[in-house]
Design a protein around this ligand. Structure first.
Ligand code: ZN
Length: 317
């Protein structure tokens, strides 16, 4: 939605978070394909609650629109997403929003309850909703797809990546066993998933393709064309056939234990948040955005040519 005036672009929140945009997600439809663009390029599309709720609303809008056959999710600017917001002026974890699940509001809850309730809603809950929505989704990934960024790509049915894209989940450095939507051993085989998490290194798009985590890797200049060509081809299939096929395959993953595995991992994830707070007074183990970025910089770099300074500036567990 367009703001009525410029002053609405800059909204000062009660918790002192300041939004740099009133449109953290852009929405457009062309030829039966809806494009959802996460739109905080200044912060490498770090995900605050303003964005996740806007994204949820945009997915709902695309599902409700009979003209939309296929949904493409992409990021504005240099990167797909650097993860959850732990360091921008728009970090809004103390804000209440109109919730999408039956979880109660997390704001002002004590101890581990605060993050547990929040992450059930904005991370695990929303990701599961998006993963199960009944239209085909394609993540169009370029640049960094880090930590919480992985969650957005993984919930999509297909992933098309440019050859400069890379994937990483470095939150083990915070003492936390991976991001909240714990799909790692489903996206990668378990041994590779362990390497991915233990080292926290970037996985270049080419390697992700070898692992079957992405469907196509193409030069950056061909990313949009390739993605929309695939979207158009899928869009020619019958809507119900696509919805049933998606349900059938997602159901197989549930029979393989994906949902139960994620529920267990979510519990361990929150044990780690609370343990961190007990030991260091900080749920993220003392790692803010800058500390995570600098701790990543000297690490082994697969040499994919991507910007080394900015990929993890805003990632969170
Ligand atoms: Zn968390």
């Amino acid at each position: 939605m367009k703001p009525d005036n410029a002053s609405e672009q800059l909204v000062r929140r009660e918790d002192h978070s300041v939004y740099e945009t009133a449109e953290p997600v852009l929405y457009s439809v062309k030829d039966g394909v809806a494009t959802l663009t996460i739109n905080r390029p200044e912060f490498h599309n770090a995900q605050n609650s303003q964005m996740t709720y806007a994204l949820d609303a945009a997915f709902r809008r695309a599902v409700d629109d009979d003209q939309v056959k296929v949904i493409v999710l992409c990021g504005a600017g240099k990167h797909f997403s650097a993860g959850h917001d732990i360091g921008t002026p728009g970090r809004d974890i103390n804000q209440s929003f109109a919730r999408t699940s039956m979880w109660y509001d997390h704001v002002n809850k004590p101890g581990g309850e605060f993050l547990y309730a929040r992450e059930q809603e904005v991370y695990l809950g929303m990701c599961r909703r998006w993963r199960d929505l009944p239209k085909p989704t394609i993540a169009m990934v370029h640049g960094a797809c880090v930590a919480g960024g992985l969650m957005l790509a993984w919930v999509c049915d297909l992933i098309v990546a440019s050859d400069d894209a890379f994937f990483a989940d470095p939150v083990v450095r915070m003492g936390i066993p991976g991001v909240e939507y714990f799909a790692h051993p489903y996206e990668l085989n378990p041994r590779i998933a362990k390497e991915f998490l233990f080292l926290g290194d970037r996985m270049p798009a080419a390697r992700a393709y070898e692992m079957g985590m992405v469907n196509r890797v193409v030069p950056r200049a061909a990313l949009e064309q390739t993605t929309y060509d695939i979207a158009q081809r899928i869009g020619k299939m019958p809507r119900m056939g696509l919805a049933l096929t998606k349900q059938a395959i997602n159901h197989v993953e549930e029979l393989q234990g994906k949902r139960a595995a994620m529920d267990a991992a979510f519990g361990w994830h929150h044990f780690a948040h609370v343990h961190n707070e007990l030991i260091s007074g900080d749920k993220l183990g003392g790692y803010d955005a800058k500390a995570m970025a600098s701790s990543q910089r000297p690490a082994a770099d697969p040499g994919n040519g991507a910007d080394n300074k900015t990929e993890s500036d805003n990632l969170e567990s």
